[in-house]
Design a protein around this ligand. Sequence first.
Ligand code: AMP
Ligand code: MG
Length: 494
Amino acid sequence: MDDLSLPQFPFDNSYARLPERFYTKQAPTPVAAPSILAVNDALAADLGLDAAELCSLGGAEALSGNRPLPGADPLAQVYAGHQFGGWSAQLGDGRAILLGEVVGKDGKRRDIQLKGAGPTAYSRMGDGRAPLGPVLREYLISEAMAALGVPTTRALAAVWTGEAVYREQGGFPGGVLTRVAASHIRVGTFQFFGAREDTDALGLLVDHCIERHYSEAFEAENKALALLTAVLNAQAKLIAKWMGFGFIHGVMNTDNMTISGETIDYGPCAFMEGFDPKQVFSSIDQGGRYAYDMQPGIGHWNLSRLAGALLPLVDEGGEKAVEKAQKTLDVFPAAFDAAWTDVAGRKLGLAAPGAEDKSLVNDLLTMMAAAKADFTLTFRALMNAAAGDEAPLREHLTDTATLDPWLVAWRARLTEDGRDNAAVAEAIRQVSPIYIPRNHIVEDVIEAGLHENFAPFHTMNEVLADPFTEQPGKEAYAAPAPADGAVHRTFCGT
Ligand code: AMP
Ligand code: MG
């Protein structure tokens, strides 16, 4: 193909076929001099796309938004949302443009979106642009999450625009991220129509979401409640997975919570190092609303906003509807508890964790909190302990008065499963990474990128693509921040 021919995306745009009040059609705004910084070969292959085409000059033109892709139907989605608890009746894609959807080789439909592609009807005071730093950050962390097995939006490509983006702190290189998602429909999308009492739109949105994400709910007697149940279960499992890796989303606003159950909107998120259940990284989260251990409760609160929006479809509104929705919502704490027990129990090497294992989990977490033990490495040390080497664990948890009896109880519980030591260690390895995107390294990698050195970015991506396997020579990626180099605050920087 000649260099300027465009990549082929087999678009089929179901969202664009919804009524016009769901979006505003908007083409990306061209940029000065786009160049491709990264293309995700594995994801491109899953989508049935040609990675070489994406890397070409034509790829840079298309993924920067400079030239329209054949078959795309670009639009900005409208939504509303509660941000830090406060209601915003009008939000929407202010700096992201949905090009369309592609059905991949696996039969799954996915959105192709350009983030940082210029202003839309929903940009408010914003410029519609993204600095390169947050683009690289989202690429790294969302792909790390995918490799960890956490449902998430993905990064297909990162482009450097050749233009500056201006923020309070000055000018930065601009970037565009090609984001891929099962869909970008949010709790806030339902809230937008709920607040406008647009029952027809809510019905269309329920059908659209069930078709895309929860086809098993199609036959349900009450589709709105079936959707609520499905989202609730997906979010309970998602948040449990986050917490199993020490992940703190940081901005769990209702407009940043998907219906699909994928993690979305990587802003000031971070992986915790020393365990502190109250850990917060985001500079704007002054009250600790989105702290590590607040996440399940906030998830529940957000789902109750979804339930509220769905009420007119639950039972012609009124008290009966509230009663039914409440009954569905009340399942969340138990759903999360079950999901969390499973996640945490498996990190202890248990074959089939149950409610009776909660104290074993909680006692370990209490020791970890008391010692501010590195979340990732402590679980990894448990793998060594299972294999017979307790030394690494004893480095993290030095209080033998609590650790010794815990080890006795843990081994007794493992005996019930009847697996040999090697099998237990292997089970722990599969759910306890050695590599996570450690904040201090992420910041170094971004800093290098801003100086046009992208080698560290690519190396880190490669390491994080196989997070459960020890890689020779990559020790630095596994090590906690040096005492004077720890990152305590993260910024949206958007
Ligand atoms: P976030 O906190 O990143 O989830 O963004 C909240 C809202 O602000 C969303 O509706 C975004 O589309 C919008 N927004 C954030 N940054 C920009 C920007 N640079 N230009 C326009 N809109 C933006
Ligand atoms: Mg958002």
